[in-house]
Design a protein around this ligand. Structure first.
Ligand code: ITT
Length: 192
């Protein structure tokens, strides 16, 4: 089947294409289909907004990811606001902001959350969720990935996510887990 990947984030596109290579799907980019503003209070709400909008406009199944970083010492921030944290414009600036807010903080625990929704033009939704727990460094390391990857060391590893290949990150990550659940559900055809 042809599925629209409803994201404008190049890092997510790379990871979704790599992860879903095992399914016999044709992945189509959004093109100039606009995504709605993320007005939801949860990852689920925002992923549904994006996937449904793309499915309605294209009349094709559409897959969206809404995700974020939840930092324990910041009471779970930036969470659903991860892409807009502090109102600053770039990944590097958002990383600097997190590091400033965590200066002298000894609790460096954090988790990534990803909610992946596949929406069909008839309104049917499939929802998959994944999480990844780890700690935040005091400075960035690594050039791969996107967003907060250079700060985040997953439990059980010594490298940041930005020091991993796309495949290494997928094997353990929040998005990789959500997409693995989607693939499991679709291996023998679409779920009921
Ligand atoms: P789309 O809405 O177009 O998909 P977006 O980047 O705005 O792109 P989100 O609203 O879901 O997507 O924001 C997620 C933000 O959380 C993302 O911009 C990063 O800052 C952060 N994030 C999510 N997953 C991440 C990951 O795997 N590695 C690093 N940062 C991540």
């Amino acid at each position: 089947m042809t599925v629209v990947v409803a994201t404008g984030n190049a890092g997510k596109i790379r990871e979704i294409e790599e992860a879903l290579g095992g399914l016999n799907w044709t992945l189509q980019s959004l093109g100039d289909v606009p995504l709605p503003p993320e007005t939801g209070a949860t990852y689920e709400d925002n992923a549904a907004l994006k996937a449904c909008a793309a499915a309605l406009v294209t009349r094709l199944p559409a897959l969206a990811d809404d995700s974020g970083l939840e930092v324990e010492a910041l009471g779970g921030e930036p969470g659903v606001y991860s892409a807009r944290y502090g109102g600053v414009g770039s990944d590097v600036e958002r990383n600097v902001l997190i590091l400033e807010r965590l200066r002298r903080e000894t609790n460096r625990r954090a988790k990534f959350v990803s909610v992946v929704i596949l929406a069909y033009p008839d309104g049917h939704l499939e929802t998959y969720r994944g999480e990844l727990h780890g700690t935040l460094l005091e400075g960035p390391r690594g050039e791969n990935g996107f967003g907060y990857d250079p700060l985040f060391v997953p439990d059980g590893d010594t490298r940041t996510l930005a020091e991993m290949t796309v495949a290494e990150k997928r094997a353990i990550s929040h998005r990789g887990r959500a997409l693995a659940a989607l693939m499991d559900a679709h291996r023998s055809g679409p779920p009921p």
